[in-house]
Design a protein around this ligand. Structure first.
Ligand SMILES: Nc1ncnc2c1ncn2[C@@H]1O[C@H](COP(=O)(O)OP(=O)(O)OP(=O)(O)O)[C@@H](O)[C@H]1O
Length: 236
């Protein structure tokens, strides 16, 4: 079963059609990268999956739940990492995870939380430090640890590697590979064609609310050709 199922999705914003018959299915254990220029509709797609925007027509299902009618239940299935992960600066990494688990109404043991920090690659010494000195990469690890402990089937990522150095980007991609192996369905929106080619099973190019081309890893990514076709559109 596809964990993310988008079928003929149209979304209007400010009286304008922003998504135009968008269809996209993402299976458990699949990483999909959605590329597109500014205003193509990438964030709108994520907001609709999160239940913050409603379709004017078409349908969206997250793990079988319709976020337009049941947003709370749909969000329970999702871990969402915005471009700048929103966590509490004055709380430690551990306290942040405890706090967001309590908000989600979930109880997990300290051992389970440590196992999630291990999986996310957040070092022991960092777990009891407040987030104020954390880099973007470390903040992402806290958010990923939260996703791991919650065992959510769906991960949504908005520009996850923008502003990360090459080492942190490689760490992040390795983390995605782990989540993929656990069966998480991952949708990332990005401007980074090269990064997408490194980790995504499929790459879709969004233009004016429609996927105009989709390529899969099994066909092999011709980065230069894709860059020539979409470079100006996707590089912000
Ligand atoms: N709050 C809003 N009210 C009305 N229109 C909006 C709103 N937010 C975005 N839009 C419009 O929706 C369209 C798609 O925006 P969206 O943010 O989904 O694009 P994007 O692909 O994520 O772009 P970017 O790469 O710049 O983040 C744009 O034309 C934008 O002007």
């Amino acid at each position: 079963m596809a964990e993310i199922r988008i079928d003929g999705l149209c979304v209007d914003r400010g009286g304008k059609a922003v998504l135009d018959s968008l269809s996209l299915n993402i299976a458990s254990g699949e990483i999909y990268a959605l590329l597109g220029g500014n205003g193509a509709g990438k964030s709108t797609t994520l907001s609709t999956l999160l239940g913050f925007l409603k379709p004017s027509s078409g349908s969206v299902l997250v793990s079988g739940i319709d976020p337009s009618t049941n947003p709370e239940a749909a969000r329970h299935k999702i871990a969402y990492l915005p471009e700048n992960v929103a966590l509490y600066e004055h709380l430690t990494a551990r306290e942040n995870v405890d706090y967001f688990l309590a908000l989600a109404g979930e109880a997990h043991s300290a051992d389970e939380i440590d196992a999630a920090f291990d999986a996310a690659g957040l070092q022991n010494e960092a777990r009891n430090r407040t987030l104020s000195g954390f880099s973007k990469g470390m903040r992402q690890k806290v958010a990923i640890a939260l996703a791991v402990v919650r065992q959510v089937p769906v991960l949504l990522l908005d520009e996850p590697t923008s502003g990360l150095d090459p080492r942190a980007t490689a760490d992040f991609n390795a983390l995605l590979a782990k989540l993929k192996a656990r069966g998480t369905a991952i949708l990332m929106v990005t401007h980074d064609l090269l990064g997408a080619a490194e980790c995504a099973d499929r790459i879709g190019f969004l233009d004016s609310g429609r996927i105009v081309e989709e390529v899969g890893r099994e066909q092999g990514y011709d980065i230069m050709a894709l860059h020539r076709r979409y470079g100006e559109a996707v590089v912000a």
